[in-house]
Design a protein around this ligand. Sequence first.
Ligand code: SF4
Length: 384
Amino acid sequence: MERLFQQYIEARKACHLPTGNITPDLISSAIEKQKPILAEKYHCQQVEFKVVIEDGKPKIKARPNCSRHECRLRPPPAEGRHDRLRINCERCSHRHSPLPFTPGDPLANAYLKACLLADEELAARVTITLRDFFVSDPAATCITEILATEPDAVGFSVYLWNRQACIDTARQLKDAKPDLTIFAGGPEPTAAPERMLAEFPFDFLVMGEGEHTFIEAMDTLWKGKPVRGVKGVAALYEGNLVYRPRPLVPFLDTLPSPYLSGMLDVEQGGGALWQLSRGCSFGCDFCFDYQGAEGVRRFGMERIREELDWFVQHRVAQVFVLDSTFNRDLLLAKEVLRLIKRRAPHIHFHFEVRSEFIDAELARLCSTITCSSRSAFKAPILRS
Ligand code: SF4
């Protein structure tokens, strides 16, 4: 309270307003009167206060302290009541993508949506909207679009390149709508959860591989319960990080395909991201592909064939293959190349390969399709 009082006095001074009649008791009693009203409004037992200056005037603003205390997103729905939870999942990408094309599909978020909608019970209770922004879009524009759907929760897919844009948007969203639940997933939150939660306005984080954690977290939000405690969710509780890891999805084919389930619509002649595997067996210290997922899990050939046919049917022109070491399993890589040669020799594929595993047959197969590649090689210096 003392700190809040000092901040308020400083803010009044900055606005050239008198401070003589302001006392700590005055501030304290005003806040005590507001607490029950705000707790009712936000369905939250704990509300925190901060001083802001708006339109040249100092104000004390309240926000629910959701992730740190026993509080709820909203009251649990009455029995038999099926009000829908509205979720937005945001991706910010670069207008000038380092990929050979600007992918039109927020693939990670589409995996989440496909997985959630495959759960019939949850699909009936949750509306999920995917949104795609550029990092150069002003936060105010993003916020207007996001709030237009009146979401209950907003999630951000946070990477190195869009971190600041996501944080700026999340901060302004929280200021505009303090009772909104804001969460994040992706490499950045997974790598540094404590900092993400302590310094930025995320109520919780979906750590690592997100599909199953996301479904359970959304179900928990719909029931009006705290998501802290859901496996794979990281949150702060009384200043401490709470996190129980969730095992990886053992068989990737159990995850619905975002393409085959209609979550993504690639425009004719556009580009698509195509995930063939998750993880990596090389374990370079700096790389997220390896973190927490030693070894490689691959999608099966039937799924690969069906998605490839989908690209052909939807006249996709370019495909960036998400398989960090495509040719680590040479037999499988050759099988995929033969499949492409038979079904989609006209589509341009971009692979990431390890140069030490390229043999003459692989090189010859590559020459029979339309493709480019980026190669890495074995370098002991990469490993500490
Ligand atoms: S080989 Fe590549 S994908 Fe695998 S851990 Fe190293 S940098 Fe990451």
